[in-house]
Design a protein around this ligand. Structure first.
Ligand SMILES: [Fe+2]
Ligand SMILES: [Fe+2]
Length: 135
């Protein structure tokens, strides 16, 4: 069973953003599969790298719209993104060095951060984005 199953309760009612969130959910599930199937370090690292890159890309999409539409909580939101990226990069570094493995600790951290951030922080920009024509 997948670690995270996409649910309508995660939707921010904007297709481009929902699609990106679904990709991130898929990547966390891929990492979970890699752990369960005891995939090679090389294969796992490829998933971690892709996840880190796609996370940055996703955050830059949200930040672009927040800036464009003068979202008042831009700075706080961006700070949450930066802290998360820092954690992901730290994990990547530790994994590369053999100081960390893929565990339920890290998987649950990724999962809880993502679904929590979507349902609280991301949700708040949705009315402004929708008002400006995103759908
Ligand atoms: Fe997001
Ligand atoms: Fe966000």
């Amino acid at each position: 069973m997948a670690l995270i199953t996409w649910s309508d309760k995660y939707s921010v009612q904007i297709k481009e953003i929902d699609d990106q969130h679904k990709v991130l959910v898929g990547m966390i599930n891929d990492l979970h599969d890699a752990m369960k199937q005891a995939k090679s370090k090389e294969a796992s690292l490829e998933i971690i790298n892709k996840m880190a890159e796609y996370t940055k890309y996703h955050f830059s999409t949200e930040e672009k719209y927040m800036k464009r539409y003068a979202y008042p909580d831009y700075s706080e939101h961006k700070l949450e993104h930066e802290k998360f990226i820092e954690n992901v990069l730290k994990f990547k570094e530790d994994y590369e060095k053999g100081k960390a493995g893929i565990s339920y600790d890290i998987l649950n951290f990724l999962k809880n951060w993502l679904v929590g951030h979507i349902q609280s922080t991301d949700r708040k920009y949705a009315p402004l984005f929708i008002e400006n024509g995103l759908n």
